[in-house]
Design a protein around this ligand. Sequence first.
Ligand code: DGY
Length: 321
Amino acid sequence: MEKVIVTRKIPQPFIEQLEAFAEVEVWNESYTPMPRDKFLDSLKDATACFITLSEKIDEAVIESAPHLKVIANMAVGFDNIDVPLVHSKGIIATNTPEVLTETTAELGITLLLSVARRIVEAEQYVQRGEWQSWGPYLLAGKDLYNAKVGIFGMGDIGKAFARRLKGFNTNVMYHNRTRYKDAEEKLGALYVSFDTLLENSDFIVCTAPLTEDTRDKFNEAAFKKMKNDAIFINIGRGAVVDEQALVKALQEGEIAACGLDVLRQEPIDMSHPLLSMSNAVIVPHIGSASMITRNRMIQLCVDNIRLVLNDKQPKTPIKAI
Ligand code: DGY
């Protein structure tokens, strides 16, 4: 009998799809992860698991799961999975590319405009009852219109982000491990070195995954190279940014503001200095969080599990890294 572990509460119709071919054990909490001990214990007789970013797939997990055939990660990023280890045991890991691209790019634009136009500060200003009259520079921000935007990471999300920028008459630059001629032609994006991106952008948007190449890429030296009125947005992964360096850059005026959907430690520690800075807007990793997209991500995980347990190729396997 196949057995699937689902580490978060997902809607019943998806559970029923899994129950059509497997016994299903669900951690019925939406906002708290399955405790690690429980996860390890449940894996003993599992042949599949449906996980989120909260579950780290490492040696201990693999040792606890002798019958595991497939790990379906409800995310496109998979830095929570030791992929070489998983592959060395013949286990298939899958992710959720494409279905979340547009939704995540929309969050990127939302965050960028919110920071640029100081929306969070403005809303809090009204809530505090400080709105006395119209003022010439009251909560004046920065235009995206005509700005130079640097995109770090030109994968599907970076391209979808660049496409949205076309309506703002921006100049788009990008830096990526691989150069994409299609992006350059279709999106009018100019390929530049990392330093050129840092030195010339009014807005820098990181959409990059976490890899050994991108870890700590935005460090003290990088922030120093940015314009003093630059706005930094991160919708990729938290550990691409040295957060101490970011705090220092904001405090010392090396850059003007930031908007982060992802952090090194999630959830953020409530004593984190970024939380007390009015020029830092932090949201809780909601890039792909629209109802339609979350349903599509769940369906893709369910489909991948069904396919692998039926000895078929999954739709979206994570390739060797
Ligand atoms: C992803 O898919 O990698 C996102 O960060 C989670 O929504």
